[in-house]
Design a protein around this ligand. Structure first.
Ligand code: PMP
Length: 315
């Protein structure tokens, strides 16, 4: 779909996967006017296909577009484009339980612009790829390295939206953590340098007794769709869920720590390393994270009734 600053997105086209043409002076290449999204289509046991809360991805893209001075597709245009992409790639959706079709919507400033200003034209596109389940053979708890040197986001910045520019600056921290044997990085806030924010592409939760806590998403943390869904499921199970600043030192007192995201769904954290000290959780896949994981995946795959009205069937 293409549009200019003052128009609505005008048409949808289906193309084979391939290169796209970009002006060297396009807004996205020069000034980073780009947003991304990520969502999955699952195959049900009866062969039908399900999307999970695509209107939430549309809303998050619109929010990001507003922040980045870009026009955005309407929710209807977004969902139609996602449905069209899945319908054209039906045969690539893995069998039930074997994975999903991952879709990557992109909104890019493709028009040419020389001075720092919004691009005159935009392109919205979606590409798709089958993906296996994040954990192929049972869940391997994540080992997180708490980062002191690098931050993901600053107040007033773009941490709360899914702009492409948020990801390159943290690659150095991720590569260093992986080289040192960790599965991912847990970032701290950039002001006090003591409150946990999020992991590279997932949100983080801690469990203590009947209380589940997660950092509030106030500008510097991406409001994950899995995060929002897990909070609702946890409420339904009767847990108390609190969104609040969580000091990193509180992690060692938690019964369970887990991450949520479209890719990982719900992933247990097995250890946290902070200032050279490693703390291990004895529970493995904790009882609470297990409950949230199985309920969420059952809804996403159409194995249980979707009482929340979160899934969208594809004809
Ligand atoms: N935080 C960041 C930085 C992310 O990139 C993602 C992945 N979109 C998330 C959190 C989790 O969001 P969601 O549950 O919507 O995938």
């Amino acid at each position: 779909m293409k549009c200019s600053q003052d128009e609505k997105f005008s048409y949808g086209e289906l193309n084979h996967y391939g290169n796209i043409e970009l002006s060297p002076s396009s807004g996205v290449l020069n000034y980073g006017q780009g947003l991304l999204e990520g969502l999955k289509a699952y195959r049900k046991v009866d062969g039908g296909l399900l999307l999970f809360r695509p209107e939430e991805n549309a809303r998050r893209l619109q929010l990001g577009a507003e922040r980045m001075c870009m026009p955005s597709p309407s929710t209807e245009q977004f969902i139609n484009a996602v449905k069209q992409t899945v319908a054209a790639n039906k045969r690539w959706v893995p069998p039930p339980g074997k994975g999903s079709l991952y879709m990557r919507p992109l909104l890019l400033g493709t028009g040419a612009i020389l001075g720092v200003a919004p691009a005159p034209n935009y392109t919205f596109l979606i590409y798709a790829s089958p993906v296996a389940n994040y954990f192929k053979e049972g869940m391997a708890p994540l080992s997180l390295f708490v980062e002191d040197d690098f931050h993901r986001a600053t107040p007033g910045g773009t941490g709360g939206i899914k702009t492409i520019g948020n990801y390159a600056p943290v690659m150095k921290a991720q590569i260093r953590a992986k080289k040192n044997g960790f599965s991912d990085v847990l970032y701290l806030d950039s002001v006090n340098k003591k409150y946990i924010e999020e992991v590279s592409a997932s949100n983080v939760f801690i469990v203590k007794g009947n209380m589940i806590s997660t950092p509030a998403t106030e500008g510097t943390i991406l409001a994950g769709i899995t995060r929002k869904s897990v909070i609702d499921i946890a409420h339904n199970y009767g847990y108390q869920v609190v969104e609040r600043p969580i000091p990193v030192t509180e992690l060692t007192d938690a019964d369970e720590v887990f991450c949520t995201g479209t890719a990982v769904v719900v992933a247990p954290v097995g250890s946290i390393t902070y200032h050279g000290k490693r703390f291990e959780y004895k529970t493995g896949l904790g009882a609470v994270s297990e409950k949230l994981y199985s309920t969420l995946t059952a809804i996403q795959m159409g194995l249980i009734e979707d009482k929340m009205g979160w899934t969208v069937e594809i004809d």
